[in-house]
Design a protein around this ligand. Structure first.
Ligand code: GAP
Length: 519
């Protein structure tokens, strides 16, 4: 099998496991699904929360110099004007004139002008229809063979459609990635209707500009990043908490981008969660802090991984840097389809504070009481994807292993999730549903609940099947109550990764699991 087929297969397997075992479902599934939106099921939400809680623990609860914020998703429109998102948050979009795929020009497969551009379709019927449409549009020299069309060549654009390979493309258009809505008592549709009824409409771009004018007063946007609230609240937080620079403000939560190219399951979706921290420091110390944070963040991701070598730090080339950044490192993961960004650690300089100071008229400065000097801090920003992190660890944890059974060999699927991330920490199982075993198992589950540990009572199917089921959802430990338990008060503790079993005292079970969780 080709590398591409293997990676497609692995992703399909993971997507299917996510649905089958209650991790992630397509949004609005029964209505055919909403592309690019996902719902985290009973196990998915536990995994996502565990990941985000670990981030919060590392970034806020383990440090004296970082505090938290939970800002509203809808903010004043001036925020987005100041940050440049309203004007600049755009992707160059192109429509394929053959298969109608809409895609980002900067992400499309490259093809030099004049090079052969073979096109491929899902079936013969589609290829036939595409050839007929191209010929009708005046294209000549094209031939069809089964599902392929040959004879086209690359254009000056230097890229082709990622779906069918066609070089026949629309012009590039800028497109704002922010979701727009309206706020307040006045529905802009009323103004638009009155404007149209008034007749004498301008044409083209002027019409569009007039309509934009009518919408603008009530327009609000869903935040495309959590970062801006931390700049906007910089002064309130610094003053209310009496913070001294350097200090950070951390926030995690939903962000929204009208992504046109949604790809690889939850990797790029329209609604996702971020974990971002803005670290305010004195200009001149920014390079040192960038080094510090890129290392700290890299180590954090690697700590929970089975294969830390699949994470790397990549410095941005100067032409890759965002307009506000002086330096940036991406923490990347080797996904089944190749390296992809998981977190960006950027030196945003004083760009954002300066912009918000200018647009709001507030002085967003810091007064150093010791040095008796005033300055606008520089900002180092580690910006991570929480939902992307969940996908990363699912890929990292997925294993298929050959195991020896009484009947020969078998393949077990196991999610080797780090115990801190695992949705269920321990499954408690009565060997049979009689002789007091279920009652004993429920007592054990209750004792875990009392310690805040997510335990699960499981008595369905044969014991071997139950072990497999918990291997597949990443439960690190299973405790089994059997006949011997009722006699000597011991239970078996099974380890997910080694599958080894040992007997421990039932009275010590909670303490034992707590100890393992700490290791
Ligand atoms: N404040 C800077 C910022 O938002 P970004 O690189 O656009 O930077 C940070 O986003 C992280 O958010 C990315 O590294 C990625 O993990 C995640 N992210 C961005 N867009 C996403 C999307 N459409 N779907 C899922 N995660 C996304």
């Amino acid at each position: 099998m080709s590398e591409r087929a293997v990676s497609d297969d692995l992703m399909k397997t993971i997507v299917s496991l996510c649905k089958r075992r209650g991790f992630v479902f397509q949004s609005s599934d029964i209505y055919g699904g909403l592309k690019s939106a996902y719902d985290y099921g009973p196990l998915g939400i536990e995994l996502k929360r565990n990941l985000m809680n670990e981030w919060w623990r590392a970034m806020v609860h383990s440090r004296e110099d970082v505090v938290g914020l939970d800002a509203s998703i809808v903010m004043h429109t001036k925020v987005w004007e100041a940050s440049g998102h309203l004007a600049g948050f755009r992707d160059p979009l192109v429509d394929c004139q053959v298969c109608k795929e809409r895609f980002r020009a900067d992400k499309a497969p490259k093809l030099a002008a004049g090079e052969p551009a073979p096109m491929a379709f899902a079936d013969k019927g589609r290829a036939k229809a595409a050839l007929a449409a191209l010929e009708q549009a005046g294209e000549t020299g094209l031939t069809r063979s089964k599902k392929a069309i040959r004879g086209a060549v690359g254009s000056e654009r230097g890229y082709v459609c990622p779906n069918c390979g066609s070089p026949f493309l629309s012009a590039e258009r800028a497109f704002n990635l922010m979701f727009r809505s309206s706020i307040g008592p006045v529905d802009p549709m009323g103004d638009i209707a009155a404007f149209i009824e008034g007749g004498d409409l301008p044409a083209g771009t002027e019409l569009r500009a007039r309509l934009e004018e009518l919408i603008r007063p009530s327009a609000v946007y869903l935040r495309p990043e959590t970062a801006q609230a931390m700049f906007v609240q910089f002064l309130n937080i610094q003053q209310s908490m009496g913070l001294k620079v350097p200090f950070g403000i951390a926030q995690m939560g939903k962000s929204f981008r009208n992504e046109i190219t949604v790809e690889h399951f939850t990797f790029r979706s329209c609604e996702f969660e971020q974990m971002e921290m803005e670290f305010f420091c004195e200009p001149g110390t920014d390079d040192t802090w960038l080094d510090y944070w890129k290392q700290a963040r890299m180590e954090w991701w690697q700590k929970f991984a089975n294969d830390p070598d699949k994470f790397r730090l990549r410095a941005h080339e100067p032409d890759e840097l965002a307009h506000y950044a002086k330096g940036c490192y991406d923490i990347e993961y080797l996904y089944p389809w190749g390296w992809g960004e998981l977190e960006g650690v950027a030196n945003r300089t004083d760009y954002d504070l300066q912009k918000h100071a200018k647009y709001s008229g507030s002085k967003l400065e810091y007064f150093d009481p010791v040095e008796r000097k005033r300055y606008t801090p520089f900002v180092i920003e580690p910006a991570a994807g929480a939902t992307r992190g969940v996908l990363t660890y699912l890929v990292d944890a997925y294993f298929e292993e050959e195991v020896v059974t009484q009947k020969g060999t078998d393949v077990r699927t196991v999610l080797k999730l780090h115990p801190q991330l695992a949705p269920i920490k321990v499954a408690v199982m009565p060997l049979v549903k009689k002789n007091g075993m279920p009652e004993k198992a429920r007592e054990v589950v209750e004792s875990f609940f009392q310690r805040g540990i997510n335990a699960k009572y499981d008595a369905q199917h044969a014991i071997g099947k139950r072990y497999r089921r918990h291997d597949e959802v990443g439960t690190p430990w299973c405790l089994t109550i059997d006949g011997q338990t009722m006699e000597d008060g011991t239970i078996t503790l099974r380890d997910r990764d080694t599958m080894e079993q040992r007997r421990i005292s039932i009275d010590n079970a909670v303490h034992e699991i707590e100890q393992l969780l700490r290791d």
